[in-house]
Design a protein around this ligand. Structure first.
Ligand code: KG4
Ligand code: ZN
Length: 433
């Protein structure tokens, strides 16, 4: 089974093609290999708009929409080419078929005129690829951006007559941890973290396993959630942020420290520069930030107070003329420490309470090396080798379409898409589990 997936929820335009092996048959009934899918990534293309949004210090929804419109067709072409499925139409008859169906196509893409033009040209020139299912992210995210991907997916589904399924972006992040080459146990992960981080994705059969119940920590630009997954596709939010998301907090801290956008990698890089000699600054300049809700009884988070605290800290030092660039790594490090301490403590507590057998760290912020290390170390200390810790390869920690295809695979095994469902698929910026 081949799935073509489209992701446009934020500032990445992404398309992928994954090929899945059939599920096992058990006493006559189909058993989908939920915990252990066998698949190959035929192609995974991500086009980032970071440079376009950077001057604004954050993602501008209408700019994101415009860029997705421009990029979708070239990215589709590239993805199909890499999967060996970009074939020109030679036969005139099939061209005519497409033109007849065009009236519906015009309706679907009426708000995306540039995309419509490019899509028409593309559909008339290239053959229908050997795809069994099209998947598209329908939320959460920026609605104008989501709609472009959804409308494009609908257009392809209509013209090619391939079923379409809508996928929750957060489910994609959770399953992104399976987009790997080989299974590794937590011990080898700790020892070989560097090697793992540098590993390139080879389009190979995946071998990771999720043992249920699992606990997932999603940390991204828009979300911070602890999710209990009792069985495949059964999600329960057990904790979440009451205000800002982790990635958002990193982005704001970066702005306060004039580190640019996106803030997460910038803060992490600055923090890494904080050397032992910088420690003297901690006491001298009272560089200490709060660990919000560290000891609260629930599994919720709050990062907006931390953002205010870092702002006041920097403003205070500037006012009293004590501020200098030399303090930036130290403050960045203290901020990162504060965030990580809270995330790790609550994660371990949630694991224990729900007797989870696997811990999943995912979402854009899961690219943070310190967070990865700290979670691996803490889990290993507590559970030793009897524990399953999964996190995505760096290549798949940010938004991508491969994770959407994987989530679509699971979803379609449970709830196959209904025919004529195009009208029912809508963008939902606040979609959750
Ligand atoms: O999952 P993602 O790519 O997009 C959303 O769905 O939101 O997450 C993006 C977020 C941004 O806020 C970015 O600053 C943050 O992930 N991020 C990081 C790191 N790399 C990306 N945060 C901390 N450390 C990093 N290394
Ligand atoms: Zn995301």
């Amino acid at each position: 089974m081949r799935i073509l997936s489209i992701e446009t929820s934020c500032d990445e335009t992404a398309i992928a093609v994954l090929e899945f092996q059939k599920g096992r048959k058990k006493s006559g009934s189909f058993v989908p290999p939920f915990a252990e899918p066998k698949f190959k990534i035929l192609s995974n293309t991500v086009s980032s708009q970071i440079k376009i949004h950077a001057p604004y210090g954050g993602v501008v929804p209408n700019l994101a929409k415009r860029e997705h419109q421009k990029n979708l067709v070239p990215i589709l072409k590239q993805t199909l080419k890499e999967s060996g499925m970009l074939k020109k139409i030679k036969n005139q008859k099939s061209k005519i078929k497409i033109i007849i169906k065009n009236s519906k196509l015009f309706k679907i893409l009426e708000r995306e005129q540039e995309l419509l033009k490019q899509t028409l040209k593309f559909l008339e020139k290239y053959k229908k690829p050997k795809i069994d299912l099209i998947a598209v992210t329908n939320g959460p995210g920026l609605e104008p951006a989501l709609w472009v991907g959804i409308n494009f997916a609908k257009a392809l589904s209509l013209i090619w007559d391939i079923p379409l399924i809508a996928v929750n972006h957060l489910g994609g992040h959770i399953y992104s941890v399976l987009l790997k080459e080989n299974g590794e146990n937590p011990k080898s992960k700790i020892q070989n973290l560097k090697q793992i981080q540098n590993s390139k994705n080879n389009p190979a059969l995946a071998g990771q396993k999720i043992k249920f119940p699992a606990m997932a920590l999603i940390v991204s630009g828009g979300h911070t959630e602890l999710i209990l997954i009792k069985k495949p596709l059964n999600y329960k939010i057990v904790g979440e942020t009451l205000d800002d998301a982790t990635g958002e907090a990193f982005d704001k801290a970066a702005r306060i420290l004039s580190l640019g956008y996106p803030g997460g990698p910038a803060v992490a890089a600055k923090a890494a520069k904080s050397s032992i000699s910088n420690f003297q600054f901690l006491n001298k300049f009272k560089i200490k930030l709060p660990r919000p809700m560290l000891n609260s009884k629930d599994f919720n988070f709050s990062f907006s107070g931390l953002k205010t605290a870092i702002l006041y800290l920097v403003q205070g030092l500037k006012k009293s003329k004590k501020w200098s660039e030399k303090l930036t790594p130290c403050v960045a490090r203290e901020f990162q420490e504060a965030v990580i301490e809270v995330l790790v403590k609550k994660s371990l507590k949630a694991m224990e309470k729900y007797s989870a057998k696997t811990f999943i760290l995912c979402g854009g912020v899961s690219a943070n090396t310190k967070l990865r290390h700290r979670l691996s170390d803490s889990l290993y200390k507590k559970y030793g080798n009897n524990f399953n810790f999964l996190m995505p390869d760096l290549e798949f920690s940010g938004d991508n379409a491969a994770m959407i295809a994987l989530a679509a695979y699971f979803e379609s095994q449970k709830n196959p898409p209904k025919p004529n469902n195009l009208k029912r698929i809508k963008a939902n910026g606040n979609l959750n589990f």
